[in-house]
Design a protein around this ligand. Structure first.
Ligand code: IPE
Ligand code: IPE
Ligand code: MG
Length: 251
């Protein structure tokens, strides 16, 4: 049987893939299960997806794990999600260590329950030496939170006289975002059929390729990731230039 990996050009693997892991609730509902079981199954999908990303040498994977708006869900679901974060981050730590994957987080972690914070701290410590890849969890994250915070930090620096307002440019702004240490995503994948961004990495995806698929996140896996990468590799990223210019640059 042919393997989709053979269709991937390893010299053009996206360096950074951002994922909106959506559809857990609908996956559970269609099976007559509780939504929390959809989230649990979502961890298995993430495990498989990370394994596949490693196979093709993706360096950064940023996954939307919990948005600032997700606090508005029923209390039991929020609790189940937070418990799942505590449990799964700890459980997955040995796998991350053995694949050389470092765990990092973006978002306002101060609002997370203590048990979740402890698991995250433990996993970050254990995986700190990983150099093969970085897994970034967007937790209590939203773009508007992040951009507002960057604006506050810059305004504070200007008010203190550390910078002049006219020093602020796109690079300086990027450096004040939670993602300052990472390259911008090359590819953004959203599963679950919705074609929207839901307050995710708005600044960073300015020139990312967007890929939407109907598959509910718990059903997503190796082949689905490879399909997304193959489609990405068939697109021409022009960054505002003409196709002729891009082709001339490639020779
Ligand atoms: C994504 O799946 C996981 C989180 C938002 C935490 P959903 O829970 O949004 O699943 P649907 O969209 O309701 O099916
Ligand atoms: C986005 O999914 C957040 C995560 C995947 C964590 P949502 O399910 O919360 O987004 P909307 O409500 O459909 O826009
Ligand atoms: Mg959803």
């Amino acid at each position: 049987m042919s393997d989709l990996i053979d269709q991937i050009d390893k010299t053009k693997t996206p360096k950074h893939i951002a994922i909106i892991m959506d559809g857990n609730g609908r996956w559970a509902k269609q099976k007559g299960l509780d939504r929390s079981l959809g989230h649990k199954e979502g961890i298995t999908a993430l495990h498989k997806t990370l394994e596949a990303a490693n196979e093709v040498g993706v360096k950064y994977v940023t996954v939307y794990t919990f948005s600032t708006e997700n606090w508005n869900r029923p209390k039991e679901e929020v609790e189940a999600l937070m418990n799942l974060v505590s449990y799964s981050v700890r459980l997955e730590t040995p796998t991350l260590v053995s694949s050389g994957t470092r765990l990092e987080c973006i978002g306002d972690l101060s609002r997370l329950p203590k048990a979740a914070l402890e698991s995250i701290e433990y996993c970050k410590r254990e995986t700190a030496k990983g150099t093969a890849a970085t897994l970034i969890l967007a937790l209590n994250y939203s773009s508007r939170w992040e951009i507002t915070k960057a604006a506050q930090d810059l305004a504070r620096k200007a008010a203190n006289g550390e910078i002049r307002p006219e020093d602020i440019d796109a690079d300086m702004f990027s450096q004040h975002l939670a993602t300052a240490n990472y390259p911008e995503p090359d590819l953004l994948i959203r599963t679950g059929g919705e074609q929207r961004i839901s307050n995710y990495l708005l600044w960073q995806i300015s020139y990312s390729e967007l890929y939407f698929c109907d598959t509910y996140w718990p059903d997503f896996g190796r082949d689905d990731l490879f399909k997304a990468i193959i489609e990405y590799q068939n697109r021409e990223r022009r960054f505002g230039k003409t196709s002729a210019q891009i082709q001339a640059e490639q020779v």
